[in-house]
Design a protein around this ligand. Structure first.
Ligand code: ADP
Length: 498
């Protein structure tokens, strides 16, 4: 397997090993408890920063600040004011994008090729929401009551939003929460993931620089079971926007019951990716491989259940394995790296545990299959692209979310029960179909129960197109106009004019 160059630890202006405070009410402050936690580079183990560890008391302070900012003007700010601010913020994020993307690379391991490659998506998201800020509107609605009584709706910002995000794509996840809040006039308390909190703090710093008023965006790093749980249960939070695992999603649903706060949940997946023999197989090989290997498989919509038509199964799966073996694994800071480390020791244990499960279940690893322990990569949490062949629908590696660079390749002979098999999962986030047959493509696009269907491509995303789940992949959508509705209340106004 080719390995990317080892590169020495590069000091980053925002990850120089120093203490990072949290942002509450426009002020950088230590945790009330004085506690801190460490953020380390998963490729090398080196210390990036010591971070203020927020808990319930800090969440209380941040929610109070967000409420005050909402009530004292931001909640009634003018759309044009928010649009100008979002555009200014977008310019600043764009100007600092190289620094931000390398911060994510250091903090959670994804190769620069990926974090830098998301530039247009991250900046474009802010510009998209800027456009939406002046396009919000209610409706006038004809009613059938006797006499003269006029009815219309107002769209109002929902209030204080608790945003809880994961570590697998911190810049994108942060923007997907802050963008719609700024566009609609909500305020935010954001709890980044303990594994990768740094870019959210830097983005908040840039928001202040752009002129976002104090208290509109607050960032409280900390652990899920303390800071996250306090935010999810807080009685003065109007909505929680959560991205993460389905188990945590369930905990958040329960925690939200106290004040029946609104929720949007973007959870896990075990997405089917179906390759028909009539597909352009040369395009499908890299497509299906990178549908899983991108970000070392740490993407909730990864196409991990690879269904391949029997008559091309051996050839196709062999080519996917060869493709995987050629990918350069290494430190994400090397521009040549294609596959970085897993984010943490815990994640490494989870993924290698599934590698053992797959082998025990009788699947055959055509590529990868074990942690890399040679040379400098031994210091990081590196698992190479892995392709399991001879997988059947009942194996655990075909059913459970692994969240690592692991493909479970399953053969199919006839298409009669293929939709049923593809849908036989508790999740419904992503899905893929590779075929040259237009009818088949449309039939499957209809029949698959998932929030996104990619045909002859995978993981295409755009700020204007909604993304989210069916079934236990959650509810609510991020991206597109519907996303903003999640941050708005609808008020009906009646006026008797006779
Ligand atoms: P993952 O397994 O990918 O880390 P999690 O769902 O555990 O996914 O984490 C996603 C986010 O949810 C993180 O910010 C984490 O701290 C937070 N979190 C974890 N547990 C809870 C909880 N009980 N309540 C609220 N947030 C939580």
């Amino acid at each position: 397997m080719p390995q990317a160059k080892t590169i020495p630890f590069t000091r980053h202006p925002f990850a120089d090993g120093s203490f990072k405070k949290m942002l509450i009410d426009g002020q950088w402050v230590a945790a009330a408890s004085g506690k801190t936690f460490e953020s380390r580079n998963p490729a090398t183990g080196e210390l990036l920063a010591t971070v203020a560890e927020g808990d319930a008391e800090d969440i209380n302070r941040a929610v109070a600040a967000a409420r005050k900012a909402f009530e004292s003007g931001w909640g009634r700010s003018k759309p044009y004011e928010r649009q100008v601010l979002l555009l200014k913020y977008a310019d600043l994020v764009e100007k600092n994008y190289d620094e931000l993307s390398s911060l994510d690379t250091l903090d959670m391991g994804a190769p620069l090729a990926r974090t830098r490659g998301n530039r247009q998506r991250v900046v474009g998201m802010l510009r998209y929401y800027a456009g939406q800020a002046t396009a919000l509107h209610g409706e006038t609605i004809d009613n059938s009551l006797p006499g003269e009584i006029f009815s219309y709706t107002l769209k109002e910002p929902i209030g204080v939003v608790g945003a809880i995000i994961p570590w697998n794509s911190p810049l994108t996840s942060t923007m997907w929460k802050i963008g719609p809040a700024l566009a609609t006039g909500c305020t935010v308390v954001l709890k980044p993931a303990e594994e990768a909190p740094l870019s959210a703090l830097r983005l908040a710093e840039l928001a202040l620089e752009a002129g976002v008023p104090p208290g509109v965006i607050n960032v409280v790093p900390g652990y899920g079971e303390t800071a996250g749980a306090a935010l999810a249960a807080h009685p003065d939070v109007d909505k929680v926007a959560f991205t993460g695992s389905h188990v945590t999603g369930q905990a958040i649903v329960k925690a939200s019951a106290g004040n029946l706060k609104r929720l949007s949940l973007e959870l896990g997946g075990k997405s089917p990716d179906i390759v028909f023999a009539d597909a352009d197989l040369d395009a499908a090989v890299p497509g299906a491989a990178m549908a899983v290997f991108s970000n070392s498989g740490q993407i909730c919509s990864a196409g991990t259940r690879l269904f391949v038509e029997q008559r091309v199964y051996d050839e196709f799966v062999g080519k996917v394995a060869d493709f995987g073996k050629k990918l350069r694994v290494g430190n994400g800071l090397d521009p040549e790296t294609q596959i970085g480390p897993l984010v943490s020791e815990q994640q490494l244990e989870r993924v290698t545990g599934y590698l053992a499960v797959g082998q025990k279940e009788g699947a055959k690893a055509l590529a990868g299959g074990a942690r890399l322990t040679e040379g400098p990569l031994a210091k990081g949490y590196f698992v190479p692209p892995t392709v399991f062949a001879n997988v059947n629908d009942d194996m655990r590696i075909a059913k459970e979310e692994i969240f690592g660079p692991v493909i479970s390749a399953i053969p199919f002979k006839n298409t009669d029960d293929l939709v049923k098999r593809a849908n036989a999962t508790m999740f419904g986030l992503g899905s893929g179909v590779w075929t040259r047959d237009v009818s088949k493509a449309h039939q499957f696009a209809r029949a698959i129960r998932a929030g996104s269907v990619w045909i002859n491509c995978y993981q295409a995303m755009d700020p204007a197109v909604p993304f989210g789940g069916y079934k236990m992949s959650g509810y609510g959508r991020e991206g597109g106009k519907q996303h903003l509705e999640e941050y708005l209340n609808v008020k009906a106004v009646w006026i008797k004019t006779s």
